[in-house]
Every structure is written in C-alpha cells, then in structure tokens.
Design a protein around this ligand. Structure first.
Ligand code: ZN
Ligand code: MN
Length: 141
C-alpha cells in the first residue's frame, strides 16, 4: 500500500468511528464502539479504535469522559454540556440545561485567574434505578 491510500484509509476509519460515536446518546465505551465499527469494517482492531478515539478527542471532535476506576466513555458531542451519572447502573445522560457562564466569572473573580472552560458532572440515581429501589422497598414492607 502506498502512502496516499494509507492516509485515505486512516481518514475513512476515523470518519466511521466518529459517525458511530455520534449515532448514539449513550456515551459508549471504546469496546462498544469497536463492536459497532466492526459491522462496517470487519478487520478493524480494538487498538485502532482506541487510537482513533484518542485522536478525535485531541482534535476536539469528541470528549473522553473518565469516571475514576471504571473505563472511559466517549461523547461525539464535543461542545461543553453537562452530564448526570447514575451511581447504581453507570448510565450517563445529557442534561438539557444552559451552561453556567456565571460560574466561570465567579471562579475568575475568586481566584484571580482567567477561566477558559469548565466541566461539571452530577451524580445520583437515575429514574430507572430509583423505581427498582421503590419496588424492593415495597416488597420488603
Ligand atoms: Zn441507574
Ligand atoms: Mn454528553
């Protein structure tokens, strides 16, 4: 393979990976992306998926969300937005609330710094896990 086709193939791979990432709102793991991309490109390797997800994150096309001990999740929406993370089932959902620009101004004021970005995550129990909790409680009573 010459250099040019190698480049085209790499670009194509990255495009497919980004499309797969943008096709879901579930904030998938690299492994999930791998399973999906394989449907389009059976010969792709997990290593290629990891490398491309890293590149896409560096290019500002995707976000990597890491939650401590568990593996990273990826987001095809790189624009700043907030997430709710369920501590029971691990589900990560987008929050449809406006960005808190005032928060950046407060931090800039309080710390005498220039703020260019911020990240905010909310934790708790999702609707589904809450209803399971209610059911278990009702059975115990
Ligand atoms: Zn949950
Ligand atoms: Mn998101």
């Amino acid at each position: 393979m010459n250099k040019k086709t190698g480049f085209v193939r790499k670009t194509k791979q990255r495009e497919v990976i980004l499309n797969v990432l943008r096709s879901t709102k579930t904030h998938p793991t690299a492994d999930w992306v791998y399973q999906e991309v394989r449907k389009h490109m059976p010969n792709v390797s997990l290593g290629t998926i990891y490398r491309n997800l890293k590149t896409l994150t560096e290019m500002g096309e995707a976000l990597e969300l890491s939650y401590g001990s568990t593996y990273s999740r990826f987001d095809g929406n790189a624009k700043n937005h907030y997430h709710f993370v369920c501590q029971e089932c691990g589900e990560v959902v987008d929050l449809d609330i406006p960005l808190m620009a005032q928060l950046e101004a407060s931090v800039a004021d309080a710390a005498d710094v220039k703020v260019t970005d911020h990240r905010l995550e909310f934790y708790g129990q999702c609707e589904h896990c809450l209803s399971i909790g209610d059911m278990q409680q009702n059975q115990a009573n």
